[in-house]
Design a protein around this ligand. Structure first.
Ligand SMILES: Nc1ncnc2c1ncn2[C@@H]1O[C@H](COP(=O)(O)OP(=O)(O)OP(=O)(O)O)[C@@H](O)[C@H]1O
Length: 279
């Protein structure tokens, strides 16, 4: 994995010390097919921080991650590590930011090893081949994600959860310092969910990775995030520490859901409850 740029260490204090944040979004507006999807979104993620964007279906979470990852035109509104997105060429951008999309495209007939090797493309010279070092990175990532036995399996034959781990493996193999994770654990059982999130958190500590994620499981989201951003209809409705965002008032207002929020030492536990039945 690539270490963080010199002078940038994990933690929100990097913002205070004048180090540019990993992600800086200012007044981001996105329209798709003429429809406004994001309206005036501001977001800052410090180097080494884990920020999770939550919000109801269609709020614009994936769109925000796509804009930050350079997959939508927003060159002036987004800066990564102080550099405007528009000033980064494609290969440069791929060394800085890796995305695990919600529904990644699976190339037909591709084996797991070849798919994860795609993550090394930004390091392979044009018309060149992967090096022994590239293969070593891929092997290490496959091992860490418990995927070594799947090396030669065709990706399309894997279960949803196994495939989701392969998508994460490709992003980790990319060696970028900023990870954008769009519902990275939605198809995983609780064991693998915990394993993957713990791995990402460990890498964050060891390599100064910065994480910007979206998640629908609010309790788990609150356990891992330093800060959360609640999006609703393309606007930031709330932002802050998990206990400031995961409140009964905000969740019932923006998700139109009946929930009970129970504070625990690990973070707020969000329990969906049935609306009171009328006799
Ligand atoms: N090309 C498009 N044209 C018009 N509307 C679009 C287009 N692409 C996405 N949208 C709309 O943008 C809105 C935001 O979509 P997005 O995928 O960002 O939401 P989300 O918060 O990630 O939702 P979910 O929780 O369901 O994954 C949705 O209403 C979606 O239908």
């Amino acid at each position: 994995m690539i270490p963080p740029p010199p002078g940038q260490q994990p933690g929100t204090e990097s913002v205070k010390a004048g180090v540019p944040p990993a992600v800086e979004v200012r007044d981001l507006h996105v329209r798709l097919d003429g429809v406004p999807i994001l309206t005036g979104v501001d977001l800052t993620v410090a180097v080494g921080e884990w920020v999770t964007v939550i919000g109801p279906n269609g709020a614009g979470k994936s769109t925000l991650l796509r804009a930050v990852g350079g997959l939508l035109p927003a060159p002036d509104a987004v800066r990564l590590f102080g550099t405007p997105l528009g000033a980064l060429r494609r290969r440069e951008r791929a060394r800085v930011v890796a995305t695990v999309a919600q529904y990644p495209v699976v190339p037909p007939g591709m084996a797991v090893l070849d798919y994860v090797l795609l993550g090394r493309n930004p390091y392979i010279p044009p018309l060149g081949r992967e090096s022994a070092a590239d293969l070593a990175v891929v092997d290490e990532v496959l091992d860490r994600l418990d995927l070594t036995n799947f090396r030669t399996r065709e990706l399309a034959t894997l279960s949803g959860g196994e495939r989701q781990r392969v998508f994460l493996a490709r992003a980790l193999a990319q060696g970028a310092t900023l990870l954008l994770l769009d519902e990275p654990t939605s198809a995983l059982d609780i064991g693998h969910q915990q394993e993957v999130l713990e791995l990402v958190d460990r890498l964050r500590g060891e390599h100064g990775l910065t994480v910007l994620a979206t998640m629908h499981d609010l309790s788990i989201a609150g356990e891992y995030a330093d800060r959360m951003v609640l999006l609703d209809t393309g606007r930031v409705a709330a932002a802050g520490a998990p206990h400031e965002v995961l409140t009964e008032t905000l969740l019932s207002r923006h998700y139109r859901a009946h929930v009970k929020v129970i504070p625990t030492p690990h973070g707020p536990l969000v329990l969906p409850t049935r609306p009171r039945r009328h006799p």
